[in-house]
Design a protein around this ligand. Sequence first.
Ligand code: ATP
Length: 284
Amino acid sequence: MSQSHPGSSEVSRLELIAQGQDFAPVVHDSVYQEEKVLEIKNFNLWYGDKQALFNINMPIPRGQVTALVGPSGCGKSTLLRCVNRMNDLIDTVRIHGDIYLNDQSICDPGVDVIELRKRMGMVFQKPNPFPMSIFENVVYPLRIDGERSRSVLEGVCEHSLKGAAIWSEVKDRLHESGLSLSGGQQQRLCIARAIASEPEVLLLDEPCSALDPIATGKIEDLIRELRGEYSILIVTHNMQQASRISDYTAFMYLGRLVEYGPTVDMFTKPKLSETNAYVTGRFG
Ligand SMILES: Nc1ncnc2c1ncn2[C@@H]1O[C@H](COP(=O)(O)OP(=O)(O)OP(=O)(O)O)[C@@H](O)[C@H]1O
């Protein structure tokens, strides 16, 4: 383990986890009162022989922002990637358990993964626009679905760029390369591409980690605006960011869920001292 540890008064449960002992996470009652869009159930994952996720049980509320936080290597990105079956691309991965989208299994071998990924827009740490025009970047998901109507494509392009709060900055240069934009603009372009296929869930894997504070502020404003229309699951290292933009926060440690509750409670009156130590920066 590379992370530093909290003081001895906070260490007990985390030590038990580090020793591989079973641990019952603390999930606040209000999590269960929300309507759920996703449900992660008894979910375990191995990379080869190494177990990276241990019996994760988490409902994810619909139309809200849920932040996954925890020290480096605790499994946040692994869990996020399971939600759109990106881990299928890694040969050594083995899972046990399931994840449900609107009560339907996404792990079932019969699931059409391409269709699933259309329902789960994903945005990565580093903006990854395609080497094509801004317009073509946004309408890419429709193009691969065979959409040819210019008016449909133009309508979706404008709607998605407006939704990603970048329309006014690019509306006169739609045919310039997406790579000509600044890093923050590229990330909003990627969000526009993610919402062009009208997903139900947006998965954001540290979407601001490569951005400066001003670009970060714009993405955070955007996440707040998209809340409600989309259910958002975001991985972040930045505790201030989690407290600013999320409705719910899940604290993970060494592949296990430790505490999960409303963000305001997780940051002001968490039930576990370990959570308090982490969110206040005393370890991690
Ligand atoms: N492709 C892979 N093959 C083998 N092990 C992996 C792979 N990806 C991740 N792991 C391991 O799984 C564990 C969880 O990694 P993961 O990247 O999900 O954590 P994280 O919490 O997102 O970390 P970070 O905050 O540093 O991005 C780590 O021990 C990591 O080394």
